[in-house]
Design a protein around this ligand. Sequence first.
Ligand code: AHG
Ligand code: MN
Ligand code: MN
Length: 356
Amino acid sequence: MSTKRLITIERHIQEQQKSHPSATGTFTSMLQDMALAAKIISREINRAGLTDLLGAVDTINSSGERQQKLDMFADEMIYQMNDHTGRVCAMASEEHDDLIDVPVEYDTGNYVLLYDPLDGSSNIDVNVSVGTIFSIHRKFSRGERGTLEDVLQRGKRLVAAGYVVYGSSTMMVYTTGNGVYGFTLDMALGEFLLTHDNLRFPEIAQYYSINQGNEKYWTPGIRRYVKWLQGIEGEGHKPLAHRYIGSLVADFHRNLLKGGIFMYPGDLADKGKPYGKIRLMYEAQALAFIAEQAGGYASDGIGDILDLRPHSLHQRVPIFVGSRDLVERAEDYIRKYDLDWQESYKPYRTQDAILK
Ligand code: AHG
Ligand code: MN
Ligand code: MN
């Protein structure tokens, strides 16, 4: 094994800090803490089949879904890693109804951490890839403690985002707005090593990902667009292959490496989920930032997800994310064929923030 270019995630994060002369190191430490949390969650996931951690518990999270035990373990791990460091002023997690305050006995800092501790949790019981998603905003409000205003910032203002995919190997991918970098966990060393330098979506896309079982709820534009992806509508190109894992992180990661688009559209105005399923604050903003940094794009079907002004912690957003040309073409179809849906979605899209 060559040691010449062996770069651990810690070293890489420190090197990145050097390109920001005013950086204090706080932010660097936060990313390193996330890498440590990822290692611990990864270990637990790998053992899950052998321990009583496997399986659901009888509580419902704020999005009305059954929480899995590993959801709670991952949530607690990320919280504990960050609550006492003096680096964050508040946190928000998919598994908590409200903003998570830093306990009064600890100092607060300049950053807000948002996270989906375990993404794709319905796949845990069947040994299929799951993930963690996180993003970091700079504190905005003037008081000592963080407020909802600090959390409900536009994606354009993110200072970092990343995800971990617990797949055939565990990988952590992150950006601080200076490219996207991927690290693979060497289990024996217990280190994330740089394996994917400056990730970019490939020119030629191979895959499209959407829950095809929801076709009866699709709008006319989505129907036509998927027919275009399949090479049936339009100029009749070679079809893209359909791949859908049902773990956003894993689907996104494959499409980043191979080129493609992930979609969770808003359903027909009077059916199913008019705003889709994916959460803006814990999933969509982070992946939109990573996609943009890798030369891709994320849209809600109308415009850039990073431009949306969030209105509530658990708001859903329709999402089209991946290779830029594919996402822009989805927007074209929606613009042309989905006027009814646009009308029904726009009030939700432009709603004022609820800050209490
Ligand atoms: P989570 O496990 O964090 O609730 O997220 C599940 C999400 C996302 O990971 C995935 O892309 C999507 O749900 C799959 O939903 P469907 O089963 O409706 O396709
Ligand atoms: Mn999720
Ligand atoms: Mn989750």
